[in-house]
Design a protein around this ligand. Structure first.
Ligand SMILES: NC(=O)c1ccc[n+]([C@@H]2O[C@H](COP(=O)([O-])OP(=O)(O)OC[C@H]3O[C@@H](n4cnc5c(N)ncnc54)[C@H](O)[C@@H]3O)[C@@H](O)[C@H]2O)c1
Length: 366
């Protein structure tokens, strides 16, 4: 395909969609030409603010317009699959916000559409491109910690349940889950990325909704509903006896502010990234033996923008399209994360460890 200019559209221009617009406007090989958004005042505001020529209330009209080659999907989780499949069926490459879908079954339909139409389907995992995570990744890849046998990955909030009781985030049918599918999917992605995509063998999960239940009732009255977890945790067994502990919360009694934290225990060294309020500059420590004594290295991590990663992920999306070989970019990475989350939620419901092979057998009907 070469480096021809790709014309980009964005479906859903809330907070996430706006990051995609910024990303396309910053890249040399993309032009941001159209948006589709049902909320008229938001649509007009964003079109004016970003200087976007074409606007649509209905994404189907944008997909049929012939104006765009690539599209980003920044809609709520329940509205990822339909526009993605429609775009892929129209021959348009898709960059969809995380999580890929609310469930494995839904995500599989999206991946099948990418395969059927020979198009790129990519999930926006922007957090793995934070500058501090990049530094940890480089240290791991250069052998700085040896083999990682255990990792911890977590994103914890003291008090950050998104929206009110009517918000799509807290309605299970619309979101597919709470902080595990919202924040946990980033931390699962980050850990698997840092560990070099190990095979996941089984998961044991637990979810809680005590604070969420109480908060919605205090704020919105006794009849208010809270349908997802406010805290989720999982113990993930990886091939070769390696393990991963995952945690995500929208509300927990702990230190204020968002904590994003990855810990890697390796056989010749360790690494930790811990950041509050997203600042990457002082967040990384490496632990090694140096000069015959236990030593700590504090890398000078470069600063990035407030929301690092969207531009980097969009640039890779464009690179994959321009490579002309889409075979490794069909959304399967995102589907694997959705599959693992499905298993964690099932484990939490059933109170037992779930081998991924069990779900695979069910899916293949054997
Ligand atoms: N990667 C990240 O850092 C990040 C951060 C926040 C949210 N997200 C993800 O982005 C998605 C959206 O989250 P948000 O916080 O921006 O939500 P939001 O509610 O602020 O915005 C969603 C927008 O989509 C629009 N919309 C809904 N249905 C639509 C449809 N059928 N066609 C076109 N537009 C439609 C809504 O009107 C709204 O403007 C979610 O999947 C969320 O998980 C990702």
């Amino acid at each position: 395909m070469g480096s021809e200019n790709l014309k980009a559209g964005v479906i859903g221009v809330g907070w996430a969609g706006q990051q995609h617009i910024r990303a396309y406007q910053s890249l040399p090989d993309t032009s941001m030409v159209a948006i589709a958004e049902p909320n008229a005042s938001l649509r007009d505001k964003i079109a004016t603010e970003f200087g976007i020529e074409h606007t649509f209330s209905d994404y189907s009209e944008m997909l049929a317009s012939g104006l765009i080659d690539v599209v980003s999907i920044g809609t709520p989780n329940f509205a990822h699959a339909d526009p993605a499949i429609a775009a892929l069926d129209a021959g348009i490459h898709v960059l969809v916000e995380k999580p890929l879908a609310r469930s494995y079954a839904e995500g599989k339909r999206m991946v099948d559409a990418a395969k059927r139409n020979d198009r790129v389907l990519q999930v926006m995992f922007n957090q793995r491109y934070r500058s501090d995570v990049e530094v940890v990744k480089a240290f791991v890849d250069e052998g700085g910690v040896g083999e990682v046998y255990h990792a911890k990955s977590r994103w914890l909030r003291r008090n950050g349940i998104p929206g009110g009781e009517k918000s799509w985030f807290v309605q299970h049918e619309l979101s597919g889950g709470g902080p595990l599918i919202d924040l946990g999917v980033h931390m699962l992605d980050m850990a698997l990325y840092l560990l070099g995509e190990p095979e996941v063998v089984s998961v044991s999960g637990a979810t809680y909704d005590r604070l969420g239940q109480r908060f919605v009732k205090e704020r919105f009255g006794e009849g208010a509903k809270y349908e997802v977890e406010d805290f989720g945790t999982a113990f993930v067994r990886l091939a070769g006896g390696r393990t991963l502990a995952l945690e995500a919360s929208w509300a927990t009694y702990r230190e204020d502010g968002d904590l994003m934290n990855v810990v890697l225990y390796g056989d010749t060294g360790g690494a930790e990234m811990a950041t509050r309020r997203y600042d990457p500059t002082h967040s990384v420590r490496f632990y090694v033996d140096a000069g015959g004594v236990p030593s700590e290295i504090v890398p000078e991590v470069p600063r990035q923008g407030r929301i690092p990663g969207h531009e980097r992920a969009a640039a890779l999306f464009v690179e994959h399209i321009q490579s002309g070989d889409y075979s490794n970019h069909r959304g399967e990475e995102g589907l694997l994360r959705t599959w693992i989350l499905d298993a964690i939620y099932r484990s939490a419901r059933e109170g037992r460890e779930i081998p991924l092979s069990e779900l695979e057998r069910e899916r293949s009907g054997s």
